[in-house]
Structures are given as C-alpha cells and as structure tokens.
Design a protein around this ligand. Sequence first.
Ligand code: ATP
Ligand code: MG
Ligand code: MG
Length: 550
Amino acid sequence: GNTPSRHFIEQAIDKDLAEGVYDHVCTRFPPEPNGFLHIGHAKSILLNYGMAKEYNGKFNMRFDDTNPTKERSEFMDSIIEDVKWLGADYEDRLFHASDYFDEMYENAVKLIKKGKAYVSELTAEQMREYRGTLTEPGKDDPNRNRSVEENLKLFEDMKNGKVEDGAMTLRAKIDMSSPNINMRDPIIYRVAHMTHARTQDKWCIYPMYDYAHPIEDAIEGITHSLCTLEFEDHRPLYDWVKEECGYKNPPRQIEFAKLYLNNVVTGKRYIKRLVEDGIVDGWDDPRLVTIAALRRRGFTPESIKMFVDMCGISKAQSTAEYAMLEYCIREDLKLKAKRMLAVLNPVKLIIDNYPENETEYLEIENNKEVPEMGTRKIPFGKELYIEREDFMEEPPKKYFRLFPGNEVRLMNAYFVTCTGCDKDENGNVIAVHCTYDPETKSGSGFNARKVKGTIHWVSAKEAVNAEVRLYENIIDEEKGVYNEDGSLNLNPNSITVIKDAKLEPELADAVSYDKFQFVRNGFFCVDSKDSKPGAPVFNRIVSLKSSFVL
Ligand code: ATP
Ligand code: MG
Ligand code: MG
C-alpha cells in the first residue's frame, strides 16, 4: 500500500500501475563504459534493480556505448564484475546501445522527413553563439529551413563518410527561443571518423546522448527510466524524442538525487590522476570508493546495500558521511566474522614461571555473540606477543593493563602479574616479564579475585608473521578535499604498512576476501592483489570504534 515510508519513485510506479499507464515494470542501469563504477553508481544500480525486483519486473544491464572516444573494454569487464558482485542479477538481459545504431539512424531520417531535423553547418563556436543564454533567446541556424530533400542528401553524405569531423551536424528542429536551452535545436548526430569497439568502421556518424537515450529505453521496453537530477532539464527533450519517433507506450524518466560522500574523492579525473601519479596502486586501491576498491578493502554487498538504503531516495541533494558506510560494514560483519587474536604492534611477553617448551591448546569461541559459530583451539606457551601499548613502565591514572606489579587477564587464558621488562641500550622495551597463576585458567570457574584489564596475545612459537595495512582517508579532512589550485588535499598518513604483525596460526590459511575481526583492532580482509598462498596480507576495513551514531 501507499505507506508513508514508500519513496517518491515507488509512489510514482504504484500510481502508473494503478492507472494502467504500464502493466509491468522494466528498469535499466546504463553506464557509459568510460571508467570504474563508484559508491554513487551503487545507488543507481541497487535502485534500478530493487524496483524491478519489488514489482516482479525486469532489469536490464545496458552499456551506453554511443561515444567511441572514451570507451574501453577493460571498463566493461570491471562494470560487469561490480554489478554482479552487488547482486544486481540481470540474467541474460545484457544490451549495448550500439546495437540500436540502425534504428537510431532510421529515426533520424524519419525526423528529417517530418521536417523535425536539419543538417547544420555551424562550427562549434558559432553553435554556442547562436544558442543564446538563459536570459536571451537563441538565433536561428541559417540552414534551419533547408528542404527535406537537401537534408536527406546531406545526412546521407554525413553517413557515407563524405563529410569531415565537425563540418556538419544534424539538429532537431524544436524551438530556438525555448527558456530551456536543451530545447534550442539540440544536436542529435555528429560526424566522427572513429572505429567503434563493436560496430568497427560501419558508422562515422554517432548519436548524441539526449537523442540516443530515449530511443535505447524505448527499444528495450523500459517503463521507468531512473536517472540523476542533472537530467531533469533534459526531460522535455527525452519526451520530445520518444514522441516524435512515434514509440508506443514509451518510457517515463524520473530523476533522483545523486549520492555524495563528504570528504571523499569520486571524480574520475581525480582518481585517474592519483593512479597515474602512483599515489594509489590502481583504481581498486583500498583507500578509494570505487566499487572495486570497496570490495578489495573488505566491504560486502550487504553493507553497501544497507548504506544506500539508509541514504534513502529523494529529490533533495545531500551528502552522507563515510562513517555511516563504516557503521554498515561493522553491523554486517559483527555477527558473521570470526574473532581472531592478532597483535599489530608486537612486544614479547615472557611468563617466567610457565614450563619451558610446553604448548597448551586453549579453547576459544569463534564469535562469542554467536555460539553456533563454534570454537577453535589456539596454542599458548611461555613466550607470547602482546601489543606494545598494553605495557607501560610508568602508567598514567586509570591505565589497567600491564605495569610492574599489576595483574591482568590474558584473553581466554590466565591471569598474569607483571614483574618488569628488558630494555635495549637505547632504553626501548624489548620484552615484558610476568608470572601466571595456574588457578585462574579461563573456564575453570575461578572467581576469588578480579582484574580490571584484559589483553589479547599470540603464542610466539606458533605466530604467523604477516603484513597488515591500516588506512585513513586519502583526503586531509581538516583542510577539505581541494586545495586552492584545484588539486587534491592529500593526507600523508593515509596508509600505514605493518610488516611484522603476529597472528594466530589459523590465519596463515586465509585466502583473498576472507574477513575477520581482530579482537580490539577492528575488521580485516585478505588483500586480493598482494597476498600469496600461505602469506596473506590484511587490509583493515574499519576499526571497532565508531564516530557514527544511529
Ligand atoms: P560520466 O558521464 O562522467 O561517466 P557518470 O558516471 O555519472 O558520469 P554514467 O557512467 O552514465 O555517468 O553513470 C551511469 C548511471 O549512474 C547514470 O544513470 C548516473 O546518473 C548514475 N550515477 C552516476 N553517479 C551517481 C551518483 N553519485 N549517485 C547516484 N547515481 C549516480
Ligand atoms: Mg555519463
Ligand atoms: Mg560513468
């Protein structure tokens, strides 16, 4: 029903179905294959796919490959991978706008015959001059009243390669004094002697976006053509094309606000620059928000869907916080990921009264909030690694971890009391010493005394050495995204590489995209680019602390 929680697009579709404007729903995602998809595109993909699912309709994947300059097949492959990964299953409904070039051409001929299109010889500069401004109407093209016969002949010359690039265009004959500049006889075809990835050299004229898009939608039987707000002013032209071309039951364009993230770079040319300058290691560098980067960082399709849903669908432009995206991945992983012991900044802890050469296997829950996830055994011995910051020789007030004389709990193991430390000649701590109390073993029911601090650890003998990468925003948030000269304001500390993190042994077998919580340190994902068999590299997806409150 029409509950208030239904967004304006659902309400519009409900109304169309109720009034019999359409008897089904068909949506599409129509990227230009000229770059990698980013978090903003995820909104469009999930909205279009979501509407098709919700109304038992169809969802088309369509490459808008009408502009041969910018298209590269590498982008098509990455777009397909991203769309599938997000779960937008288009089944066998994969289309290419270039497959409709013939019909687009026939429609243009039809428009010429109806006196609705003409061949222009204005240069790009003259075209701008004739177009007028917001306050001044445009001027008629000197060839606006060319005869139909002459237009047909010249358009055929354009098509047959007899016209140089830029020398002629085909313009729709609409209204040079329209308050909407898009309606002032827009160009619908241009000459471009270029080889197209799919149609090769068959064409040397290519349709413009505003002309091609409604035809693509109409041919595929799209009912609701969902696009972003910048196309609102183009809708009258969209409607003009579909009507003048005579499509029956034509699609309807509805615009929604783009998804923007605060202090995050999504612009293609900025990312390209970061890649070219070697500041990031590719379009999928885990610090970026391309879908490929989010996947590599360890985000899940579920977390992205949750995020997009929380942002909502509306016509009001707004920006979301990256912290909200982090909230979503924490929510998704907290009950799914195994909680592992991993020490990122290790120092040795030596238990002086523990037997030499003995290894105990202690049982630990995989996720203590989800008992069904079971338990595992982890080795424990005389020498462990703990986090360097879990020991202080001279602690401040309220420091409850290790310092000489203080007792803490080693997670899932024993209580230990700190007895001191060893230092090198520069005064750096190289090992911490303690004694343990065998009575306090975890699970034994010991409750004679309590301790305030619990720290994690990894058995030194069995520890796996691994590379772990921690990230911050690639943008220096204090100063904003751009410098005065338009360049990006980069954060010099956006990546920290730890070469000698110590992990519990099971993590040696982790493979690309495996995700874990490292207790107290956050959620981590195995890097798909730099990991080797038996030697995983981990990306921190997100820390445990949240700056976002729902
Ligand atoms: P460009 O022309 O530079 O490629 P683009 O990436 O916005 O811009 P497309 O590749 O055509 O354009 O994008 C495919 C679809 O994704 C379009 O319908 C577009 O409106 C939508 N889209 C792009 N950016 C966002 C965003 N930030 N939020 C929501 N939808 C978006
Ligand atoms: Mg575009
Ligand atoms: Mg694009």
